[in-house]
Design a protein around this ligand. Structure first.
Ligand code: CAO
Length: 434
């Protein structure tokens, strides 16, 4: 096996659902040995959520748990706690995203964990940081609402809207992964582990940074790049801006031919390409017209600008329009559907979309590692079956003999899923040459 950036780092993965698993999957892609601890016979709830094939791990689970090993362990049982303590001693990092207080109730407070292994980095995701909501359970959309994304997303006459991008779960998992590698880096000099905490509300707010910028700008006048300007009204809070650009250059999604649900192009009116825009869409007369020629003059007329552009884009497909505009260095991008992304050859070529083989599901598509390291390329390996590596981990990491593994199983501290699975579905003998 080739060395990877995080080879030699061992992670005790107590995560479930999406936020925590996103984090540990990334660390596994960078080469860490990620040991996912799951409740015997139950496992991560997502194994059985949104199932497309009966009795097979869901895509929800498989797409968030690549490159990990799975051990089933009852961490509320005395023998299970003993094994868990040994695992804490042998690992560099422990990651969890249980409901607030769950790990303390199991008997593993931060203080106790420091006693067990002072070099351990203990990382957790919670919905909220310290404060009035610290004890609340939180899911993705709750955090999008709590972190300012929902109130600033959607059209001004519509309700608050959540986004399809999982900025609360996967976004916070990303933040946590950075916290973990930073803590490991500091351990190199301090010799000590530390606690890494990410609240989903904070993670979402961090990604909504530009909206807090606009909240403060609002005190000094209307937000001139918002569709509410100049005819609408602004209240006390940043309003929903539809498809307006969040940056300094005005943008909007305009319709293209043949008029299907995703036949749109996102266009940006960068000042330096105003002349190219007007030439392309047949409005040369506006290139030097003082009523239109400067960004300031255009701000109250953005709706008309995009309407003129749309008249032209509706005569082209989004890809035809993009080719023409790209030739003039005009920033734009098609609205791309999930179907188109799944079929896009360039994303397959870079390993951003990967086809993975799974023993009970067969082949499926997943998103590979979006972070490409030149010296540590990611090989995407299928997610583990429930408890697939229980015996192997107990022997290799905890140092148990076969007899000790057997005793732990008889006591109910570990599961017997794989033994049951093998009895029900005996593995075929390897074929010659396989
Ligand atoms: N052995 C024994 N018990 C185990 C176990 C194991 N291996 N793994 C988990 N458990 C127990 C926990 O200790 C907990 O028991 P108690 O309630 O008695 O302490 C119980 O299983 C359930 O854990 P939970 O409360 O975390 O799970 P939930 O389904 O009720 O809540 C969620 C899920 C996500 C709302 C909650 O975990 C949470 O708020 N997490 C923090 C925020 C977060 O990450 N949210 C992202 C969710 S994805 O949208």
């Amino acid at each position: 096996m080739t060395e990877k950036a995080l080879s030699g780092v061992r992670i005790l993965d107590m995560t479930h659902v999406q936020s925590g698993p996103t984090c540990t999957q990334l660390l596994a892609w960078f080469g860490a040995d990620v040991i996912k601890v799951e409740r015997p016979h139950v496992g991560d709830a997502t194994r059985s959520q949104l199932r497309d094939i009966p009795d097979v791990d869901s895509l929800y689970f498989t797409m968030l748990n690549h490159n990990k090993r799975s051990i089933t362990l009852n961490t509320k049982d005395d023998k299970g706690k003993e094994i868990f303590t040994r695992l804490l001693e042998e690992c560099d990092v422990m990651v969890e995203n249980f409901a607030p207080g769950a790990l303390d109730r199991m008997g593993f407070s931060w203080e106790r964990i420091q006693e067990i292994n002072p070099r351990l980095v203990y990382a957790s995701v919670k919905g909220f940081g310290p404060g009035p909501y610290q004890d609340c359970k939180v899911y993705e959309n709750v955090s999008q609402c709590a972190g300012g994304a929902a109130s600033t997303t959607g059209f001004e006459d519509g309700p608050p809207t959540v986004t399809g991008a999982q900025i609360g779960d996967s976004g916070t998992g990303l933040h946590l992964a950075l916290g973990i590698v930073t803590a490991l880096f500091q351990r190199e000099t301090s010799g000590r582990g530390q606690r890494v905490s990410c609240a989903m509300q904070d993670g979402v707010l961090n990604l909504c940074r530009v909206k807090l910028r606009d909240q403060q700008r609002l005190q000094h006048g209307p937000l001139k790049e918002y569709p509410q300007y100049p005819h609408g009204t602004f209240g006390e809070s940043v309003p929903r801006a539809g498809n307006a650009s969040g940056g300094g250059q005005p943008g909007w999604a305009v319709k293209c031919a043949p008029g299907g649900i995703d036949d749109y192009l996102y266009v940006i009116i960068q000042p330096q390409v105003w002349a190219a825009w007007m030439k392309t869409i047949g409005h040369e007369e506006l290139i030097d017209d003082p009523e239109w020629a400067t960004p300031e003059a255009r701000l109250p007329k953005l709706e008309q600008c995009f309407a003129m552009i749309e008249e032209w884009t509706q005569t082209k497909t989004k890809y035809e329009a993009m080719d023409i505009l790209n030739a003039h260095n005009i920033p734009c991008g098609p609205i791309v559907s999930m179907k188109e992304l799944a079929e896009e050859p360039s994303l397959r070529a870079t390993g951003t979309i990967v086809e993975v083989e799974h023993p009970t599901r067969g082949p499926y598509l997943t998103v590979g590692n979006p972070i490409k390291l030149s010296d540590s390329p990611s090989d995407i390996e299928r997610s583990p079956l429930l408890g697939e590596h229980t015996d192997e981990i107990l022997r290799e990491v905890v140092g148990y003999t076969d007899a000790e593994v057997q005793t732990a199983r008889e006591q109910g501290a570990i599961g017997s899923e794989q033994l049951l699975g093998e009895m029900e579905h005996p593995k075929p003998a390897p074929q010659a040459g396989a």
